[in-house]
Design a protein around this ligand. Structure first.
Ligand SMILES: [Zn+2]
Length: 286
């Protein structure tokens, strides 16, 4: 994408959402500056595993009577960075599958270069591509996260992001996590991590998820601007990601710049980055 076009898109962003699950350019600018100081705050974010995520469905929604005081992309309880290790530059690539198609070129790139990634699968996408979902779940190169039952902002009063209304009660918030959690477990996944549709939350919903043993996968680098960015811009975002970054991009828009941008970034980095899952771990070599 030419810079001129990028600026044009940026100018349009407040008026027109870039994608159903997009996050606007202006938000990236404000978050990218905070990464280096917060990178160490998430060292406790170790994998829970062992079916812990299913605890979300055991929560009592009537216990959550508080009114939310925050709504957005970043707040306490959302993990925006991964644990780092000395002497390496750790980057966690995360790809959302909101709905729509399968970016096979992206998946091929990740497999070909053995780049681990965390894939957040939403129920509408899984239901459209059950065989692909099963294959991804069975591949140790990928950590599978939950991207929501209806792909909505996770909230308790229906707050909206990009025109998409969030869940409107504690019970709806629990169902938004638990419904797709159940589906993914049926397909063999053990999803500990959750990212809401639009990546927006209110603080009560964040607490509900955390109480249910669910870790919320935030981000500090907007990798593909809702799959609207060209390859060069996607590569630029990844190449500029500070140590400990979580990069948010999409795997449901074949033909976008995401696959080529990831390939460019991987080639440029060579061995200069340690690609990790969103919890900071790396899979054993194949
Ligand atoms: Zn999404």
């Amino acid at each position: 994408m030419k810079r001129r076009d990028a600026l044009k898109l940026a100018a349009l962003a407040p008026l027109a959402p870039l994608a159903a699950c997009g996050t606007s350019r202006s938000e990236t600018a404000t978050t990218a500056t905070t990464v280096s100081v917060t990178a160490t705050e998430t060292r406790t974010a170790t994998a829970v595993g062992g079916g812990e995520g299913a605890a979300i469905s055991m929560l009592n929604p009537s216990a959550y009577t508080q009114e939310p005081t925050q709504f957005g992309l970043h707040m306490p309880g959302i993990v925006d960075t991964v644990p780092t290790v000395p002497g390496a530059r750790t980057i966690a690539l995360t790809f959302d599958a909101c709905n729509g198609d399968v970016d096979e070129a992206l998946l091929d790139t990740l497999r070909e270069h053995h780049i681990p990634a965390t894939l957040f699968l939403a129920q509408p996408w899984v239901e459209a591509h059950p065989d692909v979902a099963r294959r991804l779940i069975g591949n140790p190169l990928f950590m599978i996260g939950n991207h929501g039952t209806r792909h909505l902002p996770l909230a308790v009063r229906g707050q909206a992001a990009y025109g998409i209304h969030g869940t409107a009660s504690p019970a709806e918030a629990i169902a938004e996590v638990a419904g797709n959690d159940h589906l993914l477990r049926e397909l063999g996944a053990d999803p500990v991590w959750f990212r809401a549709g639009t990546a927006h939350y209110d603080d009560v919903a964040v607490r509900i998820a955390n109480d249910g043993g669910v870790k919320i996968g935030g981000f500090n680098v907007n990798g593909d601007f809702g799959a609207t960015a060209g390859a060069a811009e996607v590569a630029h975002q990844i190449l500029g990601a500070p140590d400990g970054s979580i990069v948010l991009a999409h795997m449901n828009h074949p033909g976008s710049g995401t696959a080529a941008g990831v390939a460019q970034a991987v080639a440029s980095l060579g061995g200069g980055a340690r690609f990790a899952f969103i919890d900071g771990t790396v899979p054993a070599p194949a």
